[in-house]
Design a binder for this molecule. Structure first.
Ligand code: 3HC
Length: 293
């Protein structure tokens, strides 16, 4: 059955971005959060993004209202039962995700395809919470979702090849470039990105250069849009620490081991931009100042 309606679970930073691109691509989209407050917060963020697009002339006011009209927020899982694809973008906790997928499995028709936006958990372990591991894929988007052009589509040994191809095509319909990845922690991007970010922290610990100088080196010397510390603060230090630990557990390789400084910053709650402090201090968000360790 062609994909006609999409469900997104989680309306945080990633979930709201995913819901936005689905609605922009023309799919009626239902996005679910645990409280109406969180639904409204997520939809407000989407509204802000769409308004910015109208101001820049990227879309018309009429297109904006059509996109908004395709989006429905809810707190009830039951409102997603007639969606052909459901994309999960909730907290990175295996138990919580497995419980959610088991509940969806009981609720949805057999044909519904399930996808997880997990960045590091094993898709197979999520899929086995359901009776449909053949209709289960990883669909990993990048922050900020409306801007970043990539989606990683991950298949497990149990994914039906026809379902997989349908999801690769779906990624393209969302206006993204889909890449094919297998079910290994970190897929392609985080497999390469996480050791790079951890190495930047080790370089700082060893006194190779200052936070700003290391950032400027990769930005101006290699053309990266953000230096590693700006990117770490953007992604979240807690998120990076969590992903690194999962990858280290799987691969047992030093390059995935979180450096001591990262662990201490997470323990201190210095989780990056969202916490107001990480490798930079965001007291003045327009002029972040490097934190001196
Ligand atoms: N939502 C929607 N649009 C946004 C946005 C957001 N949160 N943030 C920026 N934009 C848009 C702006 O409106 C602007 O659009 P325009 O070109 O049409 O005018 C465009 O993006 C550029 O924004 P700015 O001019 O404000 O700023 P920059 O040029 O510095 O770009 C950036 C911002 C796109 C975030 C850029 O710095 C970048 O690409 N950074 C790297 C991001 C990255 O690496 N993301 C991946 C993280 S890893 C990940 O997500 C995986 C996970 O598993 C850890």
């Amino acid at each position: 059955m062609p994909i006609q309606k999409v469900g997104v679970i989680g309306c945080g930073l990633m979930g709201s971005g995913i819901a936005q691109v689905c609605a922009q691509a023309g799919f009626p989209t239902v996005v679910r959060e645990v409280s109406m407050e969180l639904v409204e917060k997520g939809l407000k963020g989407i509204e802000k993004n769409l308004t910015r697009m109208v101001e820049k002339g990227a879309i018309t006011e009429a297109a904006k209202s059509e996109i908004r009209g395709r989006l429905k927020g809810t707190t009830s899982l039951g409102d997603l039962k007639d969606c052909n694809v459901i994309i999960e973008a909730i907290i990175e906790q295996l138990g919580t995700k497995r419980e959610l997928f088991a509940a969806l499995d009981a609720l949805c028709p057999k044909a519904t395809i399930f996808a997880s936006n997990t960045s590091s958990l094993t898709i197979t372990e999520l899929a086995t919470a359901t009776k449909r591991p053949d209709r289960f894929v990883g669909l990993h988007f990048f922050n900020p979702v409306p801007v970043m052009k990539l989606v990683e589509v991950a298949k497990t040994i149990a994914t039906d090849p026809a379902v997989y191809e349908e999801m690769v095509a779906f990624g393209a319909k969302l206006g993204k470039t889909p890449v094919r990845a297998s079910d290994k922690p970190g897929f392609i991007v985080n497999r390469l990105l996480v050791p790079y970010l951890l190495d930047a922290i080790r370089a700082l610990e060893e006194g190779v250069g200052s936070t700003e100088d290391i950032d400027n080196s990769m930005k101006l010397g290699c053309g990266y849009p953000m230096g590693p510390f700006t990117l770490l603060d953007f992604v979240g230090l807690d998120t990076t620490y969590y992903i690194a630990n999962i990858m280290f557990d799987e691969f047992r390789e030093k390059r995935f081991a979180p450096p001591a400084l990262l662990k201490r910053m997470v323990l201190a709650g210095w989780n990056g931009r969202k916490a107001g402090r990480g490798f930079y201090d965001y007291s003045d968000p327009q002029k972040p100042k490097p934190v001196i360790f």
